[in-house]
Design a protein. Structure first.
Length: 199
């Protein structure tokens, strides 16, 4: 279950994921309707009506949604009025609560990055800022890539939504690393963060 704004329309898709022993894992869209409001009571009522319409009472084992308090009631999930708690009460049994998959992956990546000797996010931003607005520098990188016999590919800007570019940005750097390394080794005033990477 997730919410999506489309101009003045609030859509509430409900997706089910299930396993069939003969054909494996399936993901199906059960419902896509506009819901008037976002209180946990409104959301739970909508979810329960879709659940009943599709005869899923005995088949629900988990609930996956964004990690906000309305859905899960905070980190400890103790809030009695969250969608998760209301759904468990409606079913009359325990189910698994699964937060947003993208946030879970982002937190895992962030934890892994924190153990690296170089702060990778700072490095990505530094490389981007050093090259982003300077056509002369980018042209030089292209020349070094050509000399190293690798195809130059435009770097992917590392942005505010870091978890979306955390893989593509360093992957692109690695694809043209030899050209970038030669370029930065040639710079008289190479930023110290980048210097540590290439020296």
């Amino acid at each position: 279950m997730d919410a999506s704004n489309r101009k003045d329309l609030k859509l509430m898709p409900i997706v089910v994921r299930y396993f069939n022993p003969n054909s494996g894992v399936h993901v199906k869209l059960l419902d896509l309707k506009s819901v008037a409001g976002e209180t946990s009571e409104i959301l739970t009522n909508h979810l329960c009506s879709v659940r009943l319409q599709n005869d899923l009472n005995n088949k629900v084992v988990g609930f996956c949604r964004d990690n906000c308090n309305t859905n899960f009631g905070g980190v400890k999930r103790e809030v009695q009025k969250s969608v998760f708690h209301r759904l468990k009460n409606s079913l009359g049994r325990e189910i698994n609560g699964i937060g947003c998959g993208a946030h879970i992956v982002h937190n895992c990546v962030q934890t892994a990055i924190d153990s690296l000797p170089t702060y990778i996010e700072a490095l990505l931003v530094k490389i981007d800022k050093y090259l982003h607005m300077y056509t002369v520098r980018v042209t030089k990188v292209k020349e070094f890539c050509e000399y190293a016999e690798i195809q130059y590919r435009k770097l992917i800007q590392y942005g505010n939504t870091g978890f979306l570019s955390m893989m593509p940005s360093p992957e692109r750097i690695l694809q043209i690393f030899e050209g970038l390394k030669a370029f930065f080794l040639d710079q008289e005033m190479c930023p110290s963060t980048i210097k540590k990477l290439v020296y």
